[in-house]
Write a protein of this length. Structure first.
Length: 586
């Protein structure tokens, strides 16, 4: 294996954490296997010849030596089977840890387009990649042992060597038939992988919540416990697979009749000894089977590397980008001195798309200035909010909130007050109690603060439930209405008392009365200093300090509602469109 495949293989094996120890163990086992093949064949030949010559003393000596080398070979084979199991499981464990660790620490979650595909990376792709240990060993062992056996057979008798090549298809058919049951063993470990996949899917579907509330370490510890459990189940499956594999190789190594019969004829005519024939029959196990399965081993290695490339590409693709205070070319942007929001020439493109979602967007909002973003679908509104909230990192440009990178965690802030908290358009609640959902990042909350937050978010309905804050929620909180989920998510954000509250159409599922009351509370509360929101509701737009009009990734217009309505035909068309949609919804 040369070029790219060799490089990919080395990159994959580097995940073992003990590559040189693995290479040394593999090399020792391959050399021992080749030496054992020739040694056993030589001793077998001598033992048979001594037996037929009735040389009892020498027969016993060589017989004991033959038994001894068989015992040594068995010990080495057993030792290496254990090592293979350990190295395969270790490779899978390290790959999962590296992949999920990169995701939890990354600022590039927004570039993950298909959470289900990413869940597959942590399960089936890694499972396929870890299998590279076994075919790699079998390939090297087969080539080395087969080469040593072939040379020794030719040395013993070249005519038998020719016949051995003819019988290769017989061993191929035997190996294929006996290897079929191995596939069914993989089903026993699927439940463990399903658990890992469920965790990964859950995280990827809610990475903005995880990022906002600083749950990375907590979830990573939980994932490590799950990963360790899968490791143990994987070890059990591999041990059973190793036992079945041993039985298959025993059957596939049975002597083939053609060289044995022809060899018997050569013995009878006195051209070779019986010991030579037995040695040749023994050596055929190490020439036919490896040659017959050579293509299969290569195919397995390539399939493993194909899965590994996807995993490694994902790991490399979600590594932390450079701080957002520098552009893509390394040009430093000045840190904003005024308190508030500063967006400087920010651009962003989602992977696999032709057009950028944002194009050199610049924006300044002083502290206390609330803003609402409007524009058609696909104009870049949500992308801008995610960058302001530190959920996604820009490709170019810089973003600061109160002079700091919004991607900073709460524990990196001087007053430990988070810079920005992002509430997505689709509210998500974990299948826990309401209290546990609200206390994601702030474990100790006074009753006074809790009551104040619920009142501000118009979520007092919680206190009217039979179990109150201890009410158990269903999957994704679907036991509540969309409006109730939205208000709980806003309450959860307010409990952090952020400097900037970012809302993506929070009132879409609220009725008009609740909507007006919610915005009145948000604008008067001291629980957050500033609000930036995407909305299609006119009541918010008309009273806002700043309206930002976006189109095709650009900020086209910005200013107070009255000024834009008088002077901007573009904004006036959007406003009229929203008015018509609202009348139709009524």
């Amino acid at each position: 294996m040369l070029g790219r495949e060799a490089a990919d293989l080395r990159k994959l094996l580097d995940q073992l954490g003990s590559f040189y120890a693995f290479a040394a163990a593999l090399g020792v086992m391959v050399l021992v296997s080749a030496a054992t093949v020739v040694g056993e064949a030589w001793l077998l030949r001598r033992v048979i010849n001594l037996l037929l010559a009735r040389k009892t003393s020498l027969f016993l000596s060589f017989g004991l030596a033959y038994i001894g080398i068989c015992v040594i070979d068995t010990v080495f084979v057993g030792w290496w089977r254990a090592q293979r199991v350990r190295y395969s499981a270790e490779l899978a464990k390290n790959l999962r840890g590296t992949l999920v660790g990169s995701l939890l620490r990354s600022r590039a979650e927004s570039r993950i387009k298909k959470p289900g595909e990413m869940a597959s990376r942590t399960t089936s792709d890694i499972e396929n990649a870890q299998e590279v240990v076994t075919p790699l060993y079998k390939l090297l062992k087969g080539v080395t042992s087969g080469l040593a056996a072939s040379i020794y057979i030719i040395y013993l008798d070249w005519r038998l060597g020719v016949l051995i090549i003819v019988t290769v298809p017989l061993v191929t058919a035997t190996g294929e038939k006996l290897s079929r049951p191995i596939a069914s063993l993989a089903e026993e470990v699927q439940q463990g992988y399903a658990d890992v996949s469920e965790f990964a899917s859950d995280y990827l579907a809610n990475h903005s919540v995880v990022r906002t509330f600083g749950l990375q370490k907590r979830l990573y510890r939980r994932f490590n416990r799950l990963n360790e459990h899968v490791l143990q189940r994987n070890l059990q499956m591999k041990r059973r697979e190793a036992l079945l594999s041993a039985g298959i190789w025993f059957c596939a190594a049975a002597p083939v009749a053609i060289p044995f019969v022809y060899g018997a004829y050569l013995v009878m005519v006195g051209e070779v000894t019986a010991g030579t024939i037995m040695a040749v029959v023994y050596l055929t196990n190490y020439t036919r089977a490896p040659l017959a399965s050579l293509g299969d081993h290569m195919g397995k290695i390539r399939r493993c590397l194909g899965s590994a490339r996807e995993v490694m590409r994902t790991i490399e693709g979600v590594r932390d980008r450079s701080p957002s205070t520098t552009g893509s070319g390394g040009e430093a942007f000045p840190v904003a001195q005024k308190k508030g929001i500063e967006v400087q020439k920010v651009s962003f493109r989602y992977p696999g798309t032709q057009s950028p979602a944002l194009q050199e967007v610049s924006l300044t909002l002083h502290r206390g200035t609330d803003a609402f973003i409007v524009g058609p679908s696909g104009s870049g509104k949500t992308t801008l909010l995610r960058i302001l909230g530190g959920i996604a990192a820009p490709d170019e440009g810089a973003v600061t909130v109160d002079g700091r990178d919004p991607f900073c965690r709460p524990d990196q802030q001087p007053d430990r007050r988070p810079l920005a908290v992002y509430v997505p358009q689709q509210p998500y609640l974990f299948p826990w109690t309401i209290r546990e959902n609200l206390q994601l990042a702030k474990r100790q909350i006074s009753a006074e603060l809790m009551e104040k937050v619920l009142r501000t978010a118009r979520a007092e309905f919680v206190l009217e439930l039979s179990d109150g804050l201890d009410t158990e929620l269903s999957e994704r909180g679907e036991s509540l209405s969309g409006g109730q989920r939205a208000r709980l998510c806003i309450a959860r954000a307010l409990l952090l008392q952020p400097r900037l509250l970012i809302l993506d159409e929070p009132s879409a599922s609220l009725d008009a009365l609740t909507e007006r009351a919610l915005w009145r509370q948000l604008r008067s509360t001291e629980l957050c200093r500033q609000v930036v929101a995407v909305t299609h509701r006119l009541s918010e737009i008309e009273d806002s300090d700043r309206v930002i009009v976006m189109e095709e990734g650009w900020i086209r217009e910005q200013g107070p509602h009255e000024q834009l309505y008088r002077n901007s035909p573009l904004y006036r068309s959007y406003y009229r469109k929203y008015s018509e949609e609202r009348r139709e919804s009524r």
